[in-house]
Design a protein around this ligand. Structure first.
Ligand code: B12
Ligand code: SF4
Ligand code: SF4
Length: 407
């Protein structure tokens, strides 16, 4: 078969991408990233927190040619995970039912997992689809192609790559928004030696369409946006609940609310997501990940925890991290019935969990005005606690309860 023209190859990719179910596809030449200096200065200002892998690979991120020798085209794809089921459907299937104060059908306090992590692991789903795309194109061409599939972890500025390939624009909340689809999309790329016709987006197409809107900036509960287009990861709930392995700074805990894995607030308020289309079926939420009961999560044993994470992006965290996050959420939205589970967490073998359990118990005492009860739990633990940081948390929790009594 004679070699196809770049325009035909691009068409072939588009046709196969549609069959595979990608929400968007686009192409760009493989060349140095002009805005890499913005990434570099973001890191220099400390906004990357302790995600050292970002800095370690910074030079590679400047130039995608380093990722695959001889690559000529970057094929960028977006896959939607917008799967908001209507409330009546939730009540029919008997899961995820939530009243205004965040309780499930049995009246238990629930937490929130970010949408992208509720279904199958997008890294796996997207990679499989990218390999399927490469195979389909190779079969049509009747010859093997050289390619590399990237999702999230490669040293690539994926939003930049997506924007350059014409998938959409970078918005004030730093998300890549694909007009007509929204920002509930995950991004992936194929680097290939094939030459595809590029439709380089015009400056107008690249321009942000946010206009005067600043809903996302105002809605962020932790004030993580330094400015439009600039996020300080050290304050972002996605960083604090997933990437960060240590204690959550005390001043941020009460701002995290009921979020136990990631955060969607700056996307939920975005008008571009108001009519978000149905996402890929593989990324549809697993029922147990929609408004899970917090006390159930806190009680997961090691094997149950592994089962809970299996095959999903929830694999990113360790059990003590989940328990830390759940303690914080219970401190924020829990009620008197949460004290039993928190009392067990105060005996955890992990100081990280005990610290946050102590904080949460103190918060419940203060918030629910039942400090005599919570003080008794903290007092019982203090003499046997050996870890200095946990002791300090217990002392602070006791102090916060000192002026509050039981009603
Ligand atoms: C580190 C990281 C994080 C960090 C930092 C996020 C951030 N905003 O930088 C944390 C842990 C906080 C995080 C959170 C989330 N993440 Co994240 N994350 C990444 C990762 C691995 C690197 C991002 C990075 O390099 N950040 C540094 C900043 C400086 O780079 P940047 O955001 O790409 O910004 C570029 C442009 O914005 C541009 N720029 C800078 N200034 C300006 C000004 C203007 C006017 C313009 C137009 C552009 C512009 O220059 C920058 C450098 O090129 C990428 C995957 C990847 N390899 O790219 C996923 C990725 C960005 N994350 C993703 C997701 C889904 C999320 C969450 C939604 C998860 C959640 N629900 O909890 C949140 C969203 C929070 C938010 N508003 O960003 C998706 C985003 C998809 C999309 N539609 O944009 C990605 C692409 C993963 C993927 N493969 O799909 N994430
Ligand atoms: S993900 Fe949540 S915490 Fe992070 S910037 Fe958006 S609203 Fe703020
Ligand atoms: S909420 Fe408004 S400012 Fe923020 S990304 Fe959406 S359109 Fe842009």
């Amino acid at each position: 078969m004679p070699e196809l023209e770049p325009v035909e190859i691009a068409l072939l990719f588009r046709r196969e991408a549609e069959k595979i179910g990608f929400s968007r596809i686009g192409f760009s030449p493989i060349e140095p990233i002009a805005r890499h200096r913005l990434f570099q200065s973001w890191l220099e200002r400390g906004y990357g927190a302790d995600m050292n892998y970002l800095g370690d690979q910074s030079d590679h991120r400047a130039d995608p040619r380093r990722l695959l020798e001889g690559a000529k085209t970057l094929v960028a794809v977006a896959l939607s995970y917008a799967h908001d089921p209507p409330a009546e459907k939730l009540s029919i299937i008997g899961c995820g039912v939530r009243d205004a104060v965040g309780r499930d059908a049995q009246g238990r306090v629930t937490g929130k997992i970010a949408r992208y992590a509720r279904g199958d692991d997008y890294h796996v789903v997207l990679k499989e689809k990218l390999h399927a795309l490469a195979r389909a194109v190779s079969t049509s061409l009747g010859r093997p192609i050289v390619y590399r599939a990237c999702v999230d972890t490669a040293a690539l500025l994926e939003r930049e790559a997506a924007q350059k390939s014409g998938l959409g624009f970078i918005a004030k909340n730093t998300m890549l928004i694909a007009p007509g689809v929204g920002s509930y999309v995950v991004l992936g790329e194929l680097l290939t030696d094939l030459e595809c016709a590029f439709e380089t987006p015009t400056e107008k197409q690249n321009e942000t369409r946010c206009g005067q809107c600043r809903s996302c900036l105002d809605a962020c509960p932790t004030g993580a946006f330094v400015d439009a287009y600039t996020l300080d990861a050290r304050r972002c709930i996605a960083y604090l609940t997933i990437e960060h392995t240590g204690p959550i700074p005390r001043e941020l805990r009460s701002l995290i609310g009921d979020r136990i894995f990631g955060c969607d607030i700056c996307q939920e308020v975005c008008p571009f997501n108001a009519s978000a289309k149905t996402g890929a079926p593989e990324l549809a939420p697993r029922p147990r990940n929609v408004n899970p009961a917090l006390e159930d999560l806190l009680a997961l044993g090691a094997a149950q925890f592994r089962k809970w994470q299996r095959g999903s992006a929830l694999r990113r965290i360790h059990r003590p991290q989940l328990q830390r996050n759940v303690c914080v959420a219970l401190g924020n939205v829990g009620d008197a019935s949460s004290l039993a589970a928190l009392g067990v967490a105060l005996e955890s073998k992990y100081p990280l969990v005990r610290m946050h359990a102590a904080w949460a118990i103190g918060e419940l005492g203060r918030r629910l005005k039942m400090a005599e009860t919570t003080a008794a739990i903290l007092r019982a633990r203090r003499p046997i606690e050996e870890d200095e940081e946990v002791k300090a948390e217990i002392a602070l929790a006791q102090a916060s309860n000192a002026s509050v009594g039981d009603v």
